[in-house]
Design a protein around this ligand. Structure first.
Ligand code: ATP
Ligand code: MG
Length: 137
């Protein structure tokens, strides 16, 4: 079993897609190990996305991620990192395959509904950034 870190981003929470996204998460066989609604500060969003700090979209991305509440999750499954990225689809909803969450719930590359860790090291960093050990038993 593997764990990954996921976010239902502020756009999807604001549009009331969270319930449908959680149903899809459960339908494909993930176990939800931890879940919390948070509203990140700008500084917290900058810390989370620090790998992108040199990118031209960093300011807009961290404004967006701190614009409203989001739902942070620890998801467990066999090959969870790849399984969750496959369910999310491509970063740009316009390029995401039919049946993926970003195709169904994303509006644009900036408002793309969900986040997922891209490797075991980033999953470990991201889970530790948002959850305390006692929340992740
Ligand atoms: P995420 O990390 O959110 O799961 P991802 O791994 O598919 O998405 P990254 O390359 O890590 O994509 O980019 C992080 C986020 O930055 C994307 O989800 C997207 O909202 C935004 N982003 C990425 N590339 C661009 C771009 N060219 N223009 C605007 N926003 C972008
Ligand atoms: Mg990423």
């Amino acid at each position: 079993m593997q764990r990954t870190f996921a976010i239902i981003k502020p756009d999807a929470v604001q549009k009331q897609y969270a319930g449908r996204i959680l149903a899809r998460i459960e339908a494909v066989g993930f176990t939800v190990r931890a879940l919390r609604m948070i509203h990140m500060s700008k500084a917290e969003a900058e810390g989370f996305y620090h790998v992108h700090r040199e990118r031209p979209f960093f300011g807009g991305l961290t404004d967006f991620m701190s614009s409203g509440p989001c739902i942070v999750l620890c998801l467990e499954a066999a090959d969870a990192i790849k399984k969750w990225r496959d369910l999310m689809g491509a970063t740009d909803p316009a390029k995401a395959a039919d049946g993926t969450l970003r195709k169904e719930f994303g509006a644009s590359i900036d408002n793309n509904a969900t986040h997922g860790s891209d490797a075991p090291e980033t999953a470990a960093f991201e889970l530790g950034y948002f959850f305390r050990g006692m929340e992740l038993r």
